[in-house]
Design a protein around this ligand. Sequence first.
Ligand SMILES: *[C@@H]1O[C@H](CO)[C@@H](O)[C@H](O)[C@H]1NC(C)=O
Ligand SMILES: *[C@@H]1O[C@H](CO)[C@@H](O)[C@H](O)[C@H]1NC(C)=O
Ligand SMILES: *[C@@H]1O[C@H](CO)[C@@H](O)[C@H](O)[C@H]1NC(C)=O
Ligand SMILES: *[C@@H]1O[C@H](CO)[C@@H](O)[C@H](O)[C@H]1NC(C)=O
Ligand SMILES: *[C@@H]1O[C@H](CO)[C@@H](O)[C@H](O)[C@H]1NC(C)=O
Ligand SMILES: *[C@@H]1O[C@H](CO)[C@@H](O)[C@H](O)[C@H]1NC(C)=O
Ligand SMILES: CC(=O)N[C@H]1CO[C@H](CO)[C@@H](O)[C@@H]1O
Length: 534
Amino acid sequence: MRPTLLTLVGSFAAGVFASYPAKTKNVQDVFDTSMAVLDTYYDPSAGYIYDFSEAALRHTVTETAWYALGLVMRNDGNDIEEAEKIINNLVRGQFKDKSKQWYGTYQKYPEEPVVGSDVYPQRIYWTWDPNWRGFVGTTFVMILEEYSDRISNETQELIVESLRHAVIGDTYRVGGVDNDNLYPGYSNPAIMRAFTSGWLGRRINDENMTRSGEAYANEIIELFNITNTLSEFNSGTYTGISLFGLTLWSTYLPKDSVMAQCAPNMIRKTWNSVSELWHPGMRNLAGPWDRAYGWDMNRYFSIMGVWFWAYLGKEHSSLIKHAQAMTHSKDHAWAPVISVLADKQAALLPEGFFEKLKTFQGEHTSENKVYYPPYDLEIRNVSTWLSRNLTIGAQSINQMAVGGPTTTAFTPAGVQWTAGDQIGFWILRPTEKKLQSVVSPGKLSLTYPEGTNQSVFEFAMSTFRSKPMMNSLDDIPNLKISVSGNVNHAPNLTFAGVNGGAGKPLQSFDVWIFRFSMPKCFKGKPTITLDFAV
Ligand SMILES: *[C@@H]1O[C@H](CO)[C@@H](O)[C@H](O)[C@H]1NC(C)=O
Ligand SMILES: *[C@@H]1O[C@H](CO)[C@@H](O)[C@H](O)[C@H]1NC(C)=O
Ligand SMILES: *[C@@H]1O[C@H](CO)[C@@H](O)[C@H](O)[C@H]1NC(C)=O
Ligand SMILES: *[C@@H]1O[C@H](CO)[C@@H](O)[C@H](O)[C@H]1NC(C)=O
Ligand SMILES: *[C@@H]1O[C@H](CO)[C@@H](O)[C@H](O)[C@H]1NC(C)=O
Ligand SMILES: *[C@@H]1O[C@H](CO)[C@@H](O)[C@H](O)[C@H]1NC(C)=O
Ligand SMILES: CC(=O)N[C@H]1CO[C@H](CO)[C@@H](O)[C@@H]1O
C-alpha cells in the first residue's frame, strides 16, 4: 500500500510520543523503568508476557493485560498493534460457558488444558482464578476510559462484550458457597467487583447491573465505616490493590454513585493508617500484616512499593534499584496501572502528605481496629509501636479458623529491626484461633485464652548474611531478646530453607523457627513475654 498523507502523519505522531508523558518525574520513572523490564518479558510471537517465575517460558495472563495498558499509554511504533493483539488473545481465552462456576473469568495461561476436563479438574484459585475477572476487567475499563481514541472500534466492542461476561460471571461468587470466599471483607476483589458492575451497568444501560454494583459497594462501605479500616488490613501487596480499586471508584464513576461519593474518605483514612505504619528508615510497613508475601518489603516486590515509588521516588521506596531481582517481581506489571492513577489519587490527599513519608516522624504508637467477617468473630485490636531501629506490632483476635482467611500469609504479630546492612524480622505464626496481645515500647506479650499444654508460640525469623549460623537467641545480630512467661524458656530452634532443613521457606523467605512449647504443668493461660533491645 502506498503511504497516504494520513499514515505519514500517523507514524510521525507516534514517533513524537516515544514515551508516556507523566505529570511527575517519579511517575515517569515508574512507567519508563517498568516498561523497559516488561518489554524484555514480552513475547510478540505469542502476544503474551512470559511468566516471571521459573516457568520454562510459559506465558501469563494478568501481567499481559497490564502490559497492554502500558503499550496503549506509550503509543510508540507498533505498540497499539501489539496491544490490540493482546486484547484479542485475552478475550479469546475468557471462559464463556455460562453453566460453569468460572464463567467470565480469564485463563491463567494460554497453554493450560481445558479447565474442568478429566485431565484438568476445576479447582478455584488453582486451575482457575475468580479474581482474574476483576484484574483484567478493571484494566479493560481503564483502556476504554483513557484511550478509546487509540484503539479500533472493533476492539472496543470486544472489550465491552468481554466485560459483560466478567461482570455477570462475578455475580456467581458468593462467599462460603462452592469454595468461594468473596465476602465484602475480602477488600481487593470486592472493591473491583462493585466497580466493574457499577461502571458497565451505566455504559450498557443495564440498570440492574448498576444497582447491583452500588448495592455491593454499600456493603463494603458499611463494613469500612465500622472501623475506618479495610477488612484486609495492612498488606504490602493488597493494601496497594485496594487503594487502586478505590481510586477507580473515585475517578471513573459519576457523582450519583455511592462509590464516587465515599471513595475519597476511604482513601484518606487508609493512607492515614499507612502513614502511621510506614517506617521511612526501615522502608517497611510495620506489622502485623493480614496478608504478607514476605516480612521485609526491601526484599519482596510489593504494590505499596510502587505507590511509594510514584510518590516518594524509588530511593525512598521499599524497592531496590533493579527491582526485577526481588521476589514476587511479577507485580512490576502493575506499573502502568499505577502510573495512570497516581496523580488522580494524590489529588484526594492533603498538600504535602507524601513529603512527610520521607522521614521518620519519631517514636509513636498506632492503634487500629479491624473487622473481617465472617472470619473475625470479634473486632480485632491492632497495636503497633515504632521507634527508630525497632518496631513491634501485634493484634488481639478471635477468629473462626486459625489464620482467618489465609494461614500462610496471615501474620498476627511482627517485629522488625535494623540489623546492620539489612532489616531483621521476627514474626508469630498463627496456631490458635484466639490470641490476646499487648504491645508497649520494647515489649510484646502474647496470651492464648484457650491454650493448653499442647500450645506453642512459634516465631519465624529472617536469616542474616552477616551471621548465617544460629545456635540460640544470643546469636541474633543487633537484637537482644529476653523471654518470660509460663512457657519453656528454651526454644526449639530449626531452620527452614530452600535447599533443606526442618521445613520449607515461608513465601520465598528462608527462616529460622523458634518454637516455644508449654511445660506439662503450668499455671494460668499460655503466655509469653518478649523484651527486645536493639
Ligand atoms: C468508530 O465509531 C465512531 C462512531 O461510532 C466513528 O465516528 C468513528 O469514525 C469510528 N472510528 C473508527 C476508527 O472506525
Ligand atoms: C440482576 O442482578 C442480580 C445481582 O447481580 C442478578 O443475580 C440477577 O440475575 C440480575 N437480573 C437480571 C434480570 O439481569
Ligand atoms: C460511611 O461513613 C461516611 C463518612 O462518615 C458517610 O458519609 C457514609 O454515609 C457512611 N456510609 C454508610 C453506608 O454507612
Ligand atoms: C477489641 O477491643 C474491644 C473493646 O474496644 C473489645 O470489645 C473486643 O473484644 C476486643 N477484641 C478482641 C479480639 O479481643
Ligand atoms: C525440635 O523440633 C523438631 C522439628 O519439629 C523436632 O524434630 C525435634 O525433635 C525437636 N527437638 C526437641 C529437642 O524437642
Ligand atoms: C495437659 O492437658 C491435658 C488436657 O488439657 C490434661 O488432660 C493433662 O492432664 C495435662 N497434662 C499435665 C501434665 O498437666
Ligand atoms: C543501635 C542502632 O542500630 N542504631 C542505628 C539506628 O538506625 C540509624 C539509622 O537507621 C543508624 O544510623 C544507627 O546505627
